[in-house]
Every structure is written in structure tokens, then in C-alpha cells.
Design a protein around this ligand. Structure first.
Ligand code: ADP
Length: 274
């Protein structure tokens, strides 16, 4: 990895906490999150459903505020969304009334870029995500995998240094997911982005990451950070990757069980109140 102790960290998360107000009470969702990320790293946030992965990603994106602690990006505290961060969601969030090209150019228009400059960028990105022939189509003509390619292109259009991805391939079939994982790795290398990628899939986290941040069941804390050193492309059937999967599964299993027990408690509480 390209780590060096002297490299200033790109993202620094310190003593971060988040509470949600729910039914008149403050419910902790994240507790004491401390994490440093280098420029160019590929980080996965992995944990059982409800552990606060999306919450953490949204706070880094500046879409929701933290309750305590702080985050800096390249030394600047975050205070709402910023041009150096772009988010890709699972549900694509494309504008159905806009063509593929217009969707990709959307963020550029907001930045008052000239039409010709916008077109140059979208043409390049259409090529990057393999959709040059679909520039004038509308989202409803596209498959899920193609829609997610458009979302990725749209995120890249504004040239962010940090790409924040919330289970972006979670709704795709296994084959499409695998293809998009490979394309994302290619794009990550080619465009030299820093990626923070939320997933609850161990395989996905191991296939993609430089480091996996494993979180506890809610309220989410960082349980362990696993470094994946295997060279890419990674052979998921090889011994090294199998070993790695067993290692991460052992860390995560306990938390998945705890998350299931918490869910059971919630259901019982719901039943007794209902
Ligand atoms: P994950 O992405 O790991 O599945 P989330 O970040 O979506 O987890 O949610 C973490 C916890 O915070 C869950 O218990 C969830 O119910 C709760 N939560 C998320 N968003 C809100 C909200 N807007 N209001 C109240 N509680 C929320």
C-alpha cells in the first residue's frame, strides 16, 4: 500500500457520535468513531444491518450533522456537503425526466460550466462507464446495472476527491454486481479517488478494500480494522482470500448475532406495546 507515516491523512474522524431522536428519546446510532483515511485508499464500512454504516457515510457526506466529535477532510472541518465529496446511493437517485447525458451533467450545470465543457466531460465519462451509445436514453430504458453506471459517472463528473458509496450494488444480481465491482476498481485506479464504500457483504468488502472497518451491532462502534493486502485482481476462490473471509466472518459473526438479538427485542417490545 501507499501508506507512509508522513502522509497527511485525507479524512480524520475524531470521537464522532450520533444520536437520533426517536419516540421522544435520544437513541445512540454511533459511538466514539475514530478513523483516519489516506488519500487514494479504498475503505469499506462493514457491519450488520442497522449498525450505523449509512449514518456514518451521510455524516461524512455532510447530509446530516453529527451529534458530537468532528470530521476534517484535507484539514478542513466539514460543515454540510462539499464539492470534494460525491455520493452514490443504492437506488441510483437519477432524474427520470433527464437523459443519461443530462443526468451526468447535472452537477456541472449547477457549477455554471459552459455547455461545451460539460459535454466534453460527459462524453469522456460515458465512455468510462461503457454507456456512449446510451447518452440520449432516459433512465427507465436502462437496466439496474446501467443506472448505477450513470450514477457513478454523475458522481465523477464533478471531479470529487472522495467518493462515498452506500451499498451501491446491493440491488443488483450477482453477475452484474461482480462486473460493476471490477469496473469500480478500474475507475478508482484510473481516476485516483479515495473511496468509502458501505456494504454488509463480507465478500464484497474483501474483494474491494484496502482496509475493512468492521462495526459492532447498534449502536455502532468500530470493532476492528482489517487490512487486506492481497494484490488485485483478487481470486476469491484462492486460499489467501478464503482465509481472509474466515477471519472477517469470525469478527463479524458475533455482531450479526447481537444485531439479530436486538431486533428480536425490538419486536417483543413492539408486540407488548401494540
Ligand atoms: P446501517 O446503514 O448500518 O443499516 P443506519 O445508519 O441506516 O444503519 O441506521 C443506524 C440506526 O439508526 C438504526 O437503528 C436506524 O433505525 C436508526 N436510524 C437511522 N436513521 C434514522 C432516523 N432518521 N431517525 C431515527 N433513527 C434512525
Amino acid at each position: 500500500m501507499r501508506s507512509s507515516n508522513e502522509t497527511p491523512k485525507m479524512v480524520i474522524i475524531e470521537a464522532l457520535g450520533k444520536k437520533y431522536r426517536s419516540q421522544g428519546a435520544d437513541m445512540p446510532a454511533l459511538i466514539d468513531i475514530n478513523l483516519e483515511i489516506e488519500g487514494g485508499e479504498f475503505i469499506c464500512l462493514l457491519g450488520p444491518s442497522g449498525c450505523g454504516k449509512s449514518t456514518l457515510l451521510k455524516i461524512i457526506a455532510g447530509l446530516i450533522p453529527a451529534s458530537s466529535g468532528r470530521i476534517t477532510i484535507d484539514g478542513k472541518p466539514i460543515n454540510g456537503p462539499g464539492p470534494e465529496r460525491a455520493v452514490v446511493f443504492q437506488d441510483y437517485a437519477l432524474f427520470p425526466w433527464m437523459t443519461v447525458r443530462d443526468n451526468i451533467e447535472f452537477g456541472l450545470e449547477a457549477r455554471k460550466l459552459a455547455r461545451s465543457a460539460r459535454k466534453e466531460i460527459s462524453t469522456k465519462l460515458l465512455r468510462t462507464v461503457g454507456l456512449s451509445d446510451f447518452a440520449d436514453r432516459f433512465p427507465h430504458h436502462l437496466s439496474g446495472g446501467m443506472k448505477q453506471r450513470v450514477s457513478i459517472a454523475r458522481a465523477l463528473a464533478v471531479n470529487p476527491s472522495l467518493l462515498l458509496m452506500d451499498e451501491p450494488f446491493g440491488a443488483l444480481d450477482a453477475q452484474t454486481r461482480q462486473t460493476l465491482q471490477d469496473e469500480l476498481l478500474r475507475i478508482w485506479r484510473e481516476y485516483r479517488k479515495t473511496v468509502i464504500f458501505v456494504t454488509h457483504s463480507i465478500e464484497e468488502a474483501i474483494y474491494l478494500s484496502d482496509r475493512i472497518v468492521v462495526m459492532t451491532a447498534r449502536p455502532g462502534r468500530i470493532k476492528e480494522i482489517v487490512t487486506v493486502q492481497e494484490a488485485r485482481p483478487r481470486d476469491m476462490t484462492g486460499n489467501g482470500m478464503n482465509l481472509r473471509q474466515r477471519e472477517v466472518r469470525a469478527v463479524l459473526n458475533e455482531e450479526i448475532k447481537r444485531a439479530a438479538a436486538l431486533e428480536q427485542e425490538d419486536m417483543m417490545a413492539g408486540a407488548s406495546h401494540g
